[in-house]
Write a new protein. Structure first.
Length: 214
């Protein structure tokens, strides 16, 4: 008859220590805390990064090269318009279209004024000289109109500028203006100026605004 093996005595120490005997104590306590801290930091990063990306301010769009060119063109146009307006205000004079009184060649017969060609060298030169010498013009309460008459002779290579009858002030008051305009006229190179006739007489009316100080 077999007998049961006796139970081990409870008072005898086990051959190997229990794996749960030192949990949370001694050398294993520091690794557990480190793992918890790493887990918390990782969780914060996972939450914070998407939140930052969602709420960060969006950068303004960079204008394209075409838009920048268009803006520059608009600015340039505005600046040019303002400059032109300032130039007209500084000129202070209004010029009528040029009228050809007569043109002629040697020999019999006359040419109707409407068939005469325009010698733009002298028209442009006289227009510029008048505008550049507004400070020499006489002043008046009601404004002043001066009729400029220019004669040119290609054969003799000479010009003659004087004040016409339609001027609204006396000739004595236009002497300084006439002197300034004559001095500002360009020197012609007679052989290079296009023309169909030998002699011309042209007219332009210059109207100066009223002077409020009178």
């Amino acid at each position: 008859m077999n007998s049961r093996p006796p139970f081990p005595s409870t008072s005898s120490p086990p051959s190997q220590p229990s794996p749960y005997r030192y949990l949370g104590r001694g050398g294993s306590e520091r690794p557990v805390r480190l793992q918890i801290i790493i887990a918390l930091v990782a969780g914060l990063i996972v939450v914070a990064v998407p939140l930052y990306l969602w709420r960060r301010p969006k950068p303004e769009s960079i204008p394209s090269a075409d838009a920048a060119t268009a803006d520059a063109g608009t600015y340039a146009w505005d600046a040019g318009a303002l400059a032109d307006a300032g130039a007209e205000l500084s000129e202070g004079v209004t010029l009528s279209p040029f009228t050809t009184i007569k043109c002629e060649n040697p020999g019999p017969g006359t040419t109707p004024p409407e068939r005469c060609d325009h010698v733009t060298f002298f028209e442009d030169g006289l227009s510029r000289a008048i505008r550049d010498n507004v400070q020499c013009a006489p002043s008046g309460k009601a404004g002043v109109t001066v009729s400029f008459v220019l004669e040119t002779d290609f054969r003799r290579k000479r010009t003659n500028l004087y004040v016409g009858k339609s001027t609204t002030v006396s000739r004595a008051k236009t002497k300084e203006l006439l002197r300034c305009v004559k001095r500002a006229m360009p020197t012609p190179d007679w052989g290079t100026i296009p023309h169909q006739y030998v002699k011309y007489k042209i007219n332009v009316m210059a109207t100066y605004p009223a002077n409020e100080s009178f």
